[in-house]
Design a binder for this molecule. Structure first.
Ligand SMILES: [Ca+2]
Length: 128
């Protein structure tokens, strides 16, 4: 079964961390994953400034990943979360970055698209 490694970066500002439940779903050109709870046992996930990695195994090939959906659900009290970015390592060893750089509040969710850093580079003039 294909396995992805999901890296989650939490902001460094005050109260950026969260104890809420965080779920991840992957949307690819060939299908969608199940919803995965991102949780490491005996570990305080999503602390301020943390960069945490999780394995997400999916049932079938998803094709090219187009979107990452993050859902936050209340654990005890609402605990806002500042998500910087998600990095996905695909079963083929490619890395895809999904920038977020915003607060997720309440029972919130965000859908992230692949960052286009590569395409923002200035194009060099073609030699003719
Ligand atoms: Ca918080």
């Amino acid at each position: 079964m294909p396995s992805y490694t999901v890296t989650v970066a939490t902001g460094s500002q005050w109260f950026a961390g969260t104890d809420d439940y965080i779920y991840l779903s992957l949307v690819g050109s060939a299908g969608c994953s199940e919803k995965h709870l991102l949780d490491k046992p005996f570990y305080n996930d999503f602390e301020r400034g943390a960069v945490d990695s999780y394995d997400a195994t999916v049932d079938e090939e998803l094709g090219e990943i187009q979107l990452v959906k993050i859902e936050k659900r209340k654990y005890w009290l609402h605990d806002d979360w500042y998500l910087k970015y998600i990095t996905l390592k695909t079963p083929h060893g490619d890395y895809i970055e999904f920038p977020c750089y915003r607060w997720i509040t309440g029972d919130g969710e965000v859908v992230l698209r692949e960052g286009c850093g590569e395409r923002l580079r200035p194009l060099l003039p073609q030699a003719s």
